[in-house]
Design a protein around this ligand. Structure first.
Ligand code: NAP
Length: 282
């Protein structure tokens, strides 16, 4: 496994395992992913799978300190007190006493809320407090665009170390990734395979043939060469292994350009200023 280093010195694996839907399909999928070699596990309160993941972590023989566990506070739990409660609930469900990374899942609660900037700042103060108390090794954001990050960064005591966004061939959000790089934040790619939609793209398939790799490996190597952490989800051990085997070949600069300039494809349709609200019910 290759690692990157967050600005506070914490090591983060360049590939993690995405658990959204995965644990509902197979409650022990995280144990299988750890056995396959994954060390970063990406979950969220919203995925409603933290308890099963906690059980898999207990069954695993890999020590907790070798794993990099991420969770996120959902948009209906933004605000100082609710964020702390959500964090404590994630810890309890995951059966651990610290997280490696905790993220604000989306920047806005109700899309017509005028005070989302204040709500993000209150949420961030809770994250800073938990970080300073040693309960989280790194704190960050998810689905934040520059217009969401600017007011937060202006008022933050501790700057976010990560931003997790949709990123894959056909949807690279360069305006967002450039802003993150300028502000020394590591970008994590969600849906790095474009939820499989990108894997049948003709350009990606031709490159797969050229490099003697699978389309998924082309997507993940492209993300890695962009300096971005990937979080692919997969249901079989074969795919889990395949998605880790990307560190022994290199995509040329010309082909990186070909991928970066693909027309938009595989976009999930999710947007932080447009996405409807889903309440967790707690
Ligand atoms: N922060 C956020 O708002 C946010 C939003 C969405 C997702 N995420 C995170 O990102 C993770 C990944 O995103 P995602 O699940 O949406 O999409 P994804 O990882 O881009 O794609 C998963 C799809 O690709 C298929 N696949 C995986 N490996 C493959 C391979 N080697 N060959 C062919 N097909 C392959 C999977 O099929 P099988 O499962 O059948 O193998 C599944 O259909 C999530 O699990 C979650 O942790 C975060």
């Amino acid at each position: 496994m290759e690692y990157s280093i967050l600005k506070n010195g914490v090591k983060i694996p360049m590939i993690g395992f995405g658990t959204w839907i995965a644990v509902k399909e197979d409650s022990d999928i995280v144990l299988k992913a750890i056995e396959a070699g994954y060390r970063l596990i990406d979950t969220a309160a919203f995925y409603d799978n933290e308890e099963q993941i906690g059980e898999s972590l207990q069954k695993s023989s890999v020590p907790r300190e070798e794993l990099f566990l991420t969770s996120k506070v959902w948009k209906t739990n933004l605000g100082y007190d609710k964020t702390i409660r959500s964090f404590e609930r994630s810890l309890k469900n995951l059966k651990t006493d610290y997280l490696d990374l905790f993220l604000i899942h989306w920047p806005k609660n109700h899309l017509d809320t005028q005070d989302w900037i204040q709500e993000d700042q209150d949420t961030w103060r809770a994250m800073e407090m938990l970080y300073k108390a040693g309960k989280i090794r790194a704190i960050g954001l998810s689905n934040f665009y520059p217009h969401h990050m600017i007011p937060l960064l202006e008022n933050a005591e501790i700057k976010p170390m990560v931003n997790q966004i949709e990123f894959h061939p056909g949807f690279t959000q360069k305006y967002v990734t450039d802003y993150c790089k300028e502000n020394d934040m590591i970008v994590e790619a969600w849906s790095p395979l474009g939820r499989a939609a990108v894997l049948s793209d003709e350009v990606i398939c031709n490159l797969a043939e050229k490099y003697g790799r699978t389309p998924a490996q082309i997507c993940l190597r492209f993300t890695y060469q962009s300096g971005i952490v990937s979080l692919p989800k997969a249901s079989s051990k074969i795919r889990m292994h395949q998605n880790l085997e990307i560190f022994d070949f290199e995509i040329s600069n010309e082909d990186m350009s070909v991928i970066y300039t693909l027309p938009q494809t595989g976009w999930s349709g999710e947007h932080p200023d447009r996405r409807p609200l889903v309440d967790l019910g707690w």
